[in-house]
Design a protein around this ligand. Sequence first.
Ligand code: PLP
Length: 386
Amino acid sequence: MTFSDDSRWQAFRQAMPVTQKWAYFDHAAVAPLPQTTAESITNWCQQAAHEGDTVWLSWEQAIEKTRESGAKLMGAHPDEIALVSNTTQGINIVAEGISWKPGDNLVVLGNEFPSNLYPWLHQQAKGVEVRVIPVEGVEPDLSRIAEACDTNTRILTISWVSYKTGWRIDPATLAKIAHDAGALFFLDAIQGMGVFPLDVRSADIDFLAADGHKWMLGPEGAGLFYCKQELLDELHPIGVGWNSVADRKNFDKTDLTFRPTAARYEGGSQNMPGLIGLGASLDLLLEYGAGPQTSAIGERVLQVTDWACEALTNAGAKLITSRAGDERSSIVSFQVPGKLPQALRAAGQKMGVNFSVRGDFVRLSPHAYNNQADIARLVETLAAVE
Ligand SMILES: Cc1ncc(COP(=O)(O)O)c(C=O)c1O
């Protein structure tokens, strides 16, 4: 089936109970859960209540499947994936794990979400220079980024898609800029992973983190961290615990030999219901065509956002987001002249149309199951505000 096959997207829509009530355009904030995900978490709750840890091994197997599905989504090996609590944890595994030397610097954009700034700014206490590249407008200046990377740059860190403007960078281009300077490359992938294709190998990504609660349609607090196999020993593991070591189930033997995989960063007990839920969501996305090389989900989301942009423009909105080629993402930011973003949001909440406000913009973030009827409801919302 192709992305234009309506029945496919109609079926995907039916998998999302939220559509019964809401025109839901807020996946860049927190996604609603697919029915199968909700069921898998409910099932875990029932098992935990009725069986306790007698079924623990089946939970462990289930989260290993989540690891495999996460790896499949981005073209990684499961050994390169750590199951983490959020994007922030993944960023800190890298920021705190690099053995910084005096005189080192790192490069980051000025319009990053705070999670991709604070862990890096925190390294200043170790004498690291943090080079924050301002972004004027929506487009990051790649030549300024490249100029900022020198022989003392240890890492370039950037978001795949800007949470505020929806600008989508090409991860391979940014990875090359970092590598040409002899630096590492970190991708905050939360605003793209699950929708757009990304092959960590061909894009040559060193590290990546993404919580599942946005485009991967998982619950909050269950995410993926990727570490390129060759770099495992570059990162000093933080948050070390029983679950970090090779012989992790032998509590009577003390041997601080780390697991030979990215799971060494997991430390302690896992968020079983969250990660089981994330696994169900990943399986749904893979079933509907998400993948590392091509993504039917991504094509469909671009189609939905194109419809939305056309309808918004016809309704008098001013788009902030670029709609050119691969700069497009699943986030559309806009303003309606004479109408306050917060007033539009308040009207939307009353009319069953959910979207966010970021800065001075309304931020619309549809998924592949949104349709023209949802967009018509959005336009009605705009019209309802004086
Ligand atoms: C670019 C980006 N990074 C990170 C996060 C959230 O991080 P975490 O998963 O640690 O809550 C967000 C949330 O909006 C985001 O937009």
